[in-house]
Design a protein around this ligand. Structure first.
Ligand code: PEP
Ligand code: MN
Length: 350
């Protein structure tokens, strides 16, 4: 398998059912998917991590034989989820080509370590999903465990995060987290739009957003008859619907020479603006420190809540006039205000 996805012009597409349910289901799904040229890999769950114990938990070893048959009939390499060393052993025994580590497993460093130990010396591609919780270090830690075990073909799968509020998504994307992971680690990033969305309606805009953010691949759950699927029925689509989805997506060049050239001018403008922002921030902190000295001399508290509320309200109003997102204004000025308070508190303590 070629894992050099970063330089590949088209994103890697992994498609297939949430679960391998029967021989007929996986063969029919795989055959239909193999007719779509963009599909490069067949996914299928053999062991399913379910929230409640009486739910369908996958067909286990017998499904591995069907999965291998699907690969032989279509030539598509296969990928499945492993959560225990026993899963690893069986998946490799039945010639599964690549493995993914599920979101519920990545939250547990003991499990990740057991899997890394089980894979020592086996250079199989391993795709690591983000943990259910929005915890970048936990995700990074999983990569480090596999790297230490000598695995070199590693990729990340962004499948969204559990969120404290209701959102239209099953798992809130929090795009900044996968972006930060790829800034820190040079690994391909695959976007699992099916588990982010949880429904069919959001798949198109979410996949487009992933492409716009330069994802290296998409994972999309496909089932020959999605409404009858034993798991994740609401988010699975038919191979025909996948074909239509792909036709509606705009694939953008990631880094062609001419695009690089066109972007260079804007990038240097952005660099200049960032530099100016830094200079302004430094000046603002300086003034804030002078205020801190004054407050100390005159015994005035650091936090002046009424003043801060008024300042923030004025900034939000101006921001709105400028067409800036209220979330952005809030985040930026909360952070600046917090830094000012910390600076002034240090002055008070002197
Ligand atoms: C899956 O891909 O079917 C799955 C269970 O994913 P996750 O671990 O992201 O929930
Ligand atoms: Mn699923």
């Amino acid at each position: 398998m070629n894992m050099d996805l970063k330089s590949s012009a088209t994103p890697l597409l992994l498609a297939g059912p949430c679960s391998v349910e029967s021989e007929e289901q996986i063969l029919a799904t795989a055959q239909a998917l193999a007719k779509i040229p963009e599909v490069k890999m067949l996914r299928g769950g053999i062991w399913k991590p379910r929230t409640r114990p009486d739910a369908f938990e996958g067909r286990g070893e017998e499904a591995l034989a069907w999965f291998r048959e699907a690969k032989l009939q279509t030539g598509l390499p296969t990928i499945t989820e492993v959560a225990t060393p026993n899963h690893v052993e069986l998946a490799l025994k039945y010639d599964v080509d690549a493995l993914w580590i599920g979101a519920r497993t990545v939250v547990n460093p003991f499990s990740v370590q057991q899997l890394a130990d089980a894979l020592k010396g086996v250079d199989v591609p391993v795709f690591i999903k983000n943990p259910v919780s929005p915890d970048l270090n936990l995700w990074l830690g999983a990569f480090e465990r596999f790297q230490k075990a000598g695995l070199t073909q590693l990729a990340a799968i962004h499948r969204g995060f559990a969120y404290y509020k209701e959102t239209p998504y099953r798992n809130f994307p929090m795009w900044e987290i996968p972006i930060e992971l790829t800034r820190r680690l040079n690994v391909p990033m695959i976007t699992d739009v099916s588990h982010i969305c949880g429904n069919r309606e959001l798949l198109l805009p979410t996949a487009q957003k992933a492409l716009d953010l330069a994802t290296d691949g998409l994972m999309i759950e496909c089932h020959i008859s999605p409404d009858e699927a034993l798991t994740d029925a609401r988010q699975q689509i038919t191979p025909e619907a996948l074909r239509q989805l792909l036709a509606s997506l705009v694939f953008r060049a990631k880094q062609s020479g001419s695009v690089e050239h066109d972007l260079a001018g804007w990038r240097s403008e952005i660099d200049d603006i960032d530099e100016e922002l830094l200079q302004l921030l430094a000046r603002r902190m300086e003034v804030s420190a002078q205020i801190g000295e004054y407050k100390k001399r005159n015994n005035v508290t650091v936090v002046q809540m009424d003043r801060w509320k008024q300042v923030l309200a004025d900034l939000m109003a101006t921001g709105e006039e400028l067409g800036l997102s209220p979330i952005l204004i809030n985040k930026v000025f909360e952070a600046i205000h917090q830094a000012s308070i910390e600076r002034q508190s240090r002055i008070m303590e002197k």
